[in-house]
Design a protein around this ligand. Sequence first.
Ligand code: ZN
Length: 185
Amino acid sequence: MKFCSQCGHSVSQHIPQGDSRLRYVCDHCQVIHYQNPNIVAGCVATWGTQVLLCRRAIEPRKGYWTLPAGFMENGETVEQAAQRETREEACAEVVNLSIYTLIDVPHINQVHIFYRAQMLNPHYAAGEESLDVRLFDEADIPWSELAFRTVSRTLECFFADRPNQVYPVRSEAVAPLAGLAKPQQ
Ligand code: ZN
């Protein structure tokens, strides 16, 4: 950050009184510009036994497959964000959303939250941010071509839980390099 979004003057980094972190503080109006993690919301959308995946048309990870997901917007709930992203990326309507995985990605300041959801009907298509959208059987999931570890982790959990039809909520964290850290639930 270089300039204050309130007044347009320059900002510099200080630790404000009573705080413990460096923050961008306006040199003119003194506003403190806090920066916090972004929430990414998405769905494991199913039709029968099949799972809906989107092939990304945009960077990062263009050409790789993902669960429909994206950044939450102001003024919506996480569940609404997951539904909206599924509509935008896969042109699919989902119902009966149940929260499923909450995966912290602290090294990029994100939290990824996936819901299990049922497609309302078998209609889907590639939205603007997708090259292709398809329903996959478990045996056909393109594991080596998945875009993000939060996606592969969510799908691993889903297919591990599905035989029992019990889907405990998973709270995990993804580490920068050495695979997955699994804190206590
Ligand atoms: Zn300012």
